[in-house]
Design a protein around this ligand. Sequence first.
Ligand code: SF4
Length: 261
Amino acid sequence: MSEAATATAQAPSTKKTVELVIERQDGPDGAPYKEEFVVDYVPGMNVIACLQAIQRNPVNKAGKPVAPVTWESNCLEEVCGACMMVINGRPRQACSALVDQLEQPIHLKPARTFPVVRDLVVDRSRMFEALKKVKAWIPIDGTYDLGPGPRMPEVDRQWAYELSRCFTCGACVEACPNVNDKTEFMGAFAISQARLFNAHPTGAMHRAERLEALMGPGGIQECGNAQNCVQVCPKGIPLTTSIAAMNRQVTYHAIGAWLKK
Ligand code: SF4
């Protein structure tokens, strides 16, 4: 080999890379373990792009072929909520987590408030159960044309729109110290959705039932006012304002029920 060729062969690679440490789990009952990966850097890439690179070439940092990392994603524009995971210690959407803005190695973990299905995929059923509990919907009478619905005053529509942006990602649940295996606390998002649907002229039909649900097991009384939820919500939903508003509604509802006795 010529001198120049030897020098080229020994020159350190100048290719920019991204280092990741991923907390993996092979199944719901498996033990968590950490695995390191290195992927090629692409300008503007997000965490999902890193996971896609690992999927294309599932080899860990030590060069050992491994099972591809499993994760969940869909819209890739912070609308569906599916790719919520813990990135460098903070629950957030992987699609909007840009590599350029993250410290490396990038640590990825599943949101362990929820049961882990595999690797970064979690089962968020408890959120949908909570939404069912607070009847987070507007009842309709059949599917035929009912004509225009009741109008909301603009001043209410504006804040209600903010609450309607919740996409059930679960970041607020993951960040809340009061959601754990010792409590049934439904989480700030469900309280906020109860406020949203109570404010709607038709949704108000179920107002009392929603308030009863918030007064029951796992209800608003289990909020410890840690206020982590509002810090991590990617939609900037005023969750603590919703909790305060629903505390008032629940209190008036309880006093009203007591006076009727
Ligand atoms: S309130 Fe915010 S953090 Fe919580 S589930 Fe909805 S969008 Fe996600």
